[in-house]
Each structure stands twice: as C-alpha cells, then as structure tokens.
Design a protein around this ligand. Sequence first.
Ligand code: NDP
Length: 322
Amino acid sequence: MKYRNLGKSGLKVSELSFGSWVTFNKQVDTKLAEKMFGTCLDAGINFFDNAEGYERGQSEVVMGKALKALDKPRDSYCVSSKVFFGTKEKPLPTQIGLSRKHVSEACDQALKRLQVDYLDLYFCHRADPDTPIGETVWAMHNLISQGKVLYWGTSEWTAEEITEAYEFAEKHHLTPPTMEQPQYNLLDRKRFEIEYKPIFKKFGMGTTIWSPLASGALTGKYLDGVPKGSRASLEGYEWLKKYMIDSDRGQARMKKVAELMNIAEELGESLSKIAIAWCLLNENVSTIILGASKIEQLEENLKAPEALPLLTEEVQKRLGSI
Ligand code: NDP
C-alpha cells in the first residue's frame, strides 16, 4: 500500500480506503464487516469512511462494533463521519443540516455509534443553503478545539462554496477545510478535473473520492441486465437503478461501459481494477474509497494497483476519449 498526504495536511492516508455506504447494515453484517476490516488492515488501509445518513446511523453502529472487536490501536487508523442528512426518516428541522446545533449534536452522536473518542475526518455531507457558511466553519472549528474532530472537510460542495468557507476561516483565524469528498471515476470527471482545479492549487485541498466504480457500473456487471443481489436490485435503491441504467443517461453510460470493457478485455485485465487504477493516476486524489458487499470484491479491488503498468499514455488516451 502506498500512502498520500491528505492535501497539504501532514496526515498520510492509504491511497485505497474503505467505505460503508449501502453495504453496512444492509448487505454486510458486523461479522462480515470485521472480516473486511481485517482484510483492509492486512493490506495497509488506514482510513474507513462513514456518515450519519448511511442506514440512518446503523452503518456507524456496525462499523463501531467491528472496529471494537478488532481492537487495533486507535492511532493506527482513521475513521470519518459526515453530517447533514440526519438519521431520522422524518427529521425535525433541528435534526438535519449544518447549523451549529446539528453539527455539534451529530458529532457527539456519531462518536457514540462509532465507539470512538474523536473523528479523524468530519465532513459536511452537502452544502446547506439555509445556514450561513460562517456558522458551519465556526461549528467545525469548535469541534476541532474540543478535540472531537481532527480534520474537517466538505462533500460535493461547489468550488465557490469551498472558497467561501476557506476564506471565512482564514479571515477569522479559524481552521479551514482540509479535504473534499467528491465523486470521481471514469464516467464522472467534470467537477473534479475542471471545477476543482483552481482550488486544488490555491488551497491544497485533499480529496477522499467516492464511487470509483460508479456504484458497480464500472465492473461491467450490468451490461447484460441487473444481477440478483447487486446494488441496483436492492429494495429502496430503485432511484439508483433508474439513474444507473433505466434512463437515457443510464443507457448512454452503459454504452460507454461496454466500450471500456472492450479495452479491458484487450488488456486481459478486469475493468474494475483498471477503473480504480485509473483514479490513482490523478495526483489530486488523496485516497480512493472502495466499496464492497463481498469479501471477494474487496480482495479484487485491493489488487487494482497491479493494473497501473497497463495504463500507458496510449491506453489512457483511449479510455479518456470514451
Ligand atoms: P463503488 O463505486 O466502488 O461501488 C461499490 C459497489 O460496487 C459494491 O458495494 C458492489 O456492489 C460493487 N462492486 C465493487 N467491487 C466489485 C467487484 N470487484 N465486482 C463486482 N461488483 C463490485 O463505491 P461506492 O459507491 O460504494 O462508494 C465507496 C464509498 O464512498 C462509500 O462506501 C462511501 O463511504 C463513500 N461515498 C460517499 C458519498 C458522498 O456523498 N460523500 C456518496 C457515495 C459513496 P454490489 O455487490 O451490491 O453490486
């Protein structure tokens, strides 16, 4: 495993990390989570990603139990949470968003569910148009001062919103955001590569990128329909199936996946490994958060760096043109 600095911070994160969206508490129980963490730690992964909104907090409960059972020194790994969506099916106005009240209470609740004393990384899961950015910056700064959070960041904020947060923090001598958590993969490149380009340079933002396989689309598994038990077949994720496959957008993306699959076959390597290795080529990526519902998937994805030598300039050009 190789390690990269989280942007201009001194924190070294493994270039591959592991997350729990959809999977933990739905497809992965505590026992399997424990096994997966064992595989991750053996491979050198040191960052585990979570959020209050995943399975309404239950994903953090599963992660907390699994981490506790493994009993590894707390200084040997990093764990994150995110605030914004809340944990309730019908949240009250104070139970969501980025107000000082919710940011502060959500952090305490995440610490309990994850059974840790502090979060290494804490993200604002989306921007909150109803809360002044300065209030959120202050709330995050306070959590850092209290020792409950080490680094704070954003997820899917616009470059403009990140700039506003950063400049507010600098002006008031508060802790600015260290990292962003954006989607980035062979099919979703624009925001990461174009919109964020100036802020990588200006602020040295780190990134913990999500859905490197576009929720599994970039494995090629959906080319002949929706396999049983796959993410797009899950109850409650019909919206994702529509977005991924059953829409004009989805169909156009599936055509691209078929073309990418041809290149992978030509190279004699799985598209999953090629797609993950391709993300590693971008120096603005600090860590790629892997997702897996089965241990075999995790094992395959962990081997993605093996595909790097196949990604010659010519192959990169062909992948890029698709
Ligand atoms: P991926 O795009 O890699 O999708 C992972 C899913 O694809 C797996 O759960 C599995 O689903 C399938 N899969 C993975 N590897 C293989 C394989 N080798 N062969 C076949 N199928 C495979 O990542 P995620 O979308 O899970 O995102 C990763 C993490 O990023 C999340 O856990 C979360 O921590 C974070 N995230 C953050 C977001 C944000 O807004 N900040 C949004 C989304 C994710 P299945 O078996 O069910 O088909």
